[in-house]
Design a protein around this ligand. Structure first.
Ligand code: ADP
Ligand code: MG
Length: 556
């Protein structure tokens, strides 16, 4: 090799590779998933640049945005090639070894506690999963701005990079060659790879071809269906397909079903399609960098073209736990991300997304049989669907309840909707979670206030002498044990008034129209009155009744 240079892996990366190599982990398939999702990322990058610069794609095979998988049984090599953006020499050195990714230590920690390798992709170190199955890996890459280079490592603490003067020129893109270990022979079987592509990769939006044997020759065979799921009719997409799609979006190679999803088309002033998912689990660092990070986990597409992975302004911070995708027909293409970021249409998209997300969460609660108070009904209507829906809301609450609380504090416009999603334990909740509405329905006649107490744990609060008399008088007391709960209550003071306003909305609307001839400004619900059914008042900025009299006497 010419110009061969040797480099040491960054220390944590080296440790990570060591763990991977010695992992007893049985599901090694995830490496393929990681490689193809990297190929797909690289293809999206070039596709995005090509929007404004057609020339960049070059000509001939270079214009084909595809992924190619090849097997060499004799040499025991599995290779995966993409025609994506490619890597320069510097990229190879930095991205595959010397720059520490922020997720590395988080992943190491997780591995030690849970042994769950599936999260490797989410932690931004998915590439190294190749060492689950290979003892030597070559990465050949060609970027438009550099010559073709090879990166190679046997995972022994170092890697080499050299200018590639002996492999076939790639034109543009990356080829990863895995020299498979003795015990990983199954990945040299065509049938195994076809099965994996079907299982994990159907939702990669680029064609994946496998070089398959056809009697005496080999031919490229298309393996996946490239019609994006979000363009399909929701009625025709199965739960299993949504689950797979979720895993490809979330970079999670496991197979846990998301807690919920919502697939819809918005029409009217803004047109877009979206799929939103509530993940099965909260990421480890969801609230760690909450105050400064405002990256939503929604992918943004404009007319089927991928624009961005982490777009601010699509969702408020407290909903950043959602994963999903938005494909807008209304946003302009061919403008910079900065300009898109400020586009007024984004505001309307955001508003609709919030509404849909909160609807989805509300439904999760409504459809959970455990949430229902009506025990008899529960026994009668039992479908198989109930089994999986049972306890879903509690699961949701345990994972993401804090997000709902933060929402109540931050999102004034949706505060009431969010308050309905709030759950807590109380002196009467019997070890289960209960809601504000349920609390209100249990209130004693004449009870005007909601009682709550904050502290470190329910066990501790139950013993508090402060609530003795309330318990004795049969008043229900809410236990708030999360540090955010203390500030939460401030924002909930008018919950019930808003509730009432909502339930009397039709009546007040009717009154207003009925009184229109009298020039009535508005008809509002009041909790100030005890026996009198209604009263005429002046508005905050209007004249008082007395002032009105004076003015009238002057003009007459
Ligand atoms: P992540 O994909 O989460 O960034 P990985 O460990 O999978 O983490 O990959 C590390 C980096 O290596 C990527 O961010 C990318 O810059 C680079 N890379 C990996 N595979 C490719 C590829 N096929 N084409 C171009 N760049 C790649
Ligand atoms: Mg990756």
């Amino acid at each position: 090799h010419s110009n061969t240079e040797q480099f040491q892996f960054q220390a944590e990366v080296s440790r990570l590779m060591d763990i991977i190599i010695h992992s007893p982990y049985s599901n090694k398939d995830i490496f393929l998933w990681e490689l193809i999702s990297n190929a797909s990322d690289a293809l999206y990058q070039i596709k995005f640049i090509a929007l404004t610069d057609k020339e960049i794609l070059g000509e001939g095979d270079n214009t084909k945005l595809e992924i190619l998988i090849k097997l060499d049984k004799e040499k025991r090599i599995l290779s995966i090639r993409d025609r994506g953006i490619g890597m320069t020499k510097e990229d190879l050195i930095k991205n595959l070894g010397t720059i520490a990714k922020s997720g590395t230590s988080a992943f190491l920690e997780k591995m030690q506690t849970s042994g769950d390798l599936n999260l490797i992709g989410q932690c931004g170190v998915g590439f190294y999963s190749v060492y689950l199955v290979a003892d030597n890996v070559e990465v050949i890459s060609k970027h438009n701005h550099d010559k073709q280079h090879v990166w190679e490592s046997k995972a022994d603490g170092s890697f080499v990079v050299s200018e590639d003067t002996y492999n076939e020129p790639l034109g543009r893109g990356t080829e990863i060659r895995l020299h498979l270990r003795e015990e990983s022979g199954e990945y040299l079987e065509e049938s195994k790879l076809k099965e994996l592509v079907k299982k994990y990769l159907e939702f990669i939006n680029f064609p994946i071809h496998l070089l398959a044997s056809k009697e005496t020759t080999y031919e490229w065979e298309l393996q996946n269906d490239v019609k994006p799921i979000w363009l399909r009719n929701p009625k025709e997409v199965t739960d299993e397909e949504y689950t797979k799609f979720y895993h490809s979006l979330a970079k999670d190679s496991g197979d846990e079903k998301p807690l919920s999803w919502s697939h819809f088309t918005a029409e009217g002033d803004v047109e877009f399609k979206a799929v939103l998912f509530v993940p099965p689990k909260a990421p480890h660092d969801l609230y760690e960098s909450y105050s400064d990070a405002n990256k939503s986990n929604l992918k943004l597409y404009v007319r089927r073209v991928f624009v961005s992975n982490e777009f601010d302004e699509l969702l408020p911070k407290y909903l950043n736990f959602l994963k999903g995708l938005v494909d807008s027909d209304t946003l302009p293409l061919n403008v910079s991300q900065e300009m898109l970021q400020q586009h007024s249409i984004l505001k309307s998209i955001k508003k609709k997304l919030i509404r849909k997300a909160l609807d989805m969460i509300r439904k999760l609660a409504e459809e959970d049989p455990d949430e229902s108070n009506d025990k008899d009904k529960e026994e009668v209507e039992k479908s198989s669907d109930d089994d999986w829906k049972r306890g879903q809301y509690t699961r949701f609450w345990n994972e993401f309840g804090k997000s709902i609380k933060l929402g109540i504090i931050e999102d004034t416009a949706n505060r009431n909707r969010l308050a309905k999603l709030l759950r807590f334990e109380s002196t009467k909740s019997d070890g289960k979670l209960t809601s504000l509405d349920q609390y209100i329905s249990r209130m004693k006649s004449g009870q005007k206030d909601v009682y709550y107490i904050t502290g470190a744990s329910k066990e501790q609060l139950e013993k508090y002498p402060f609530i003795e008399w309330l318990k004795k008088e049969n008043y229900e007391v809410i236990f708030f044990t999360d540090p955010v709960d203390v500030s939460l209550m401030k924002y909930l003071v008018d919950y019930e008034v808003k509730e009432l306003k909502e339930s009397y909305k039709e009546l007040t609307k009717w009154w207003k129209s009925a009184l229109a001839i009298y020039d009535v400004d508005d008809v509002k619900l009041s909790i100030r009155l005890a026996d009198t059914p209604c009263v005429a008042v002046t508005s905050n900025f209007g004249w008082s009744a007395n002032m009105e009299k004076i003015v009238q006497s002057q003009t007459l």
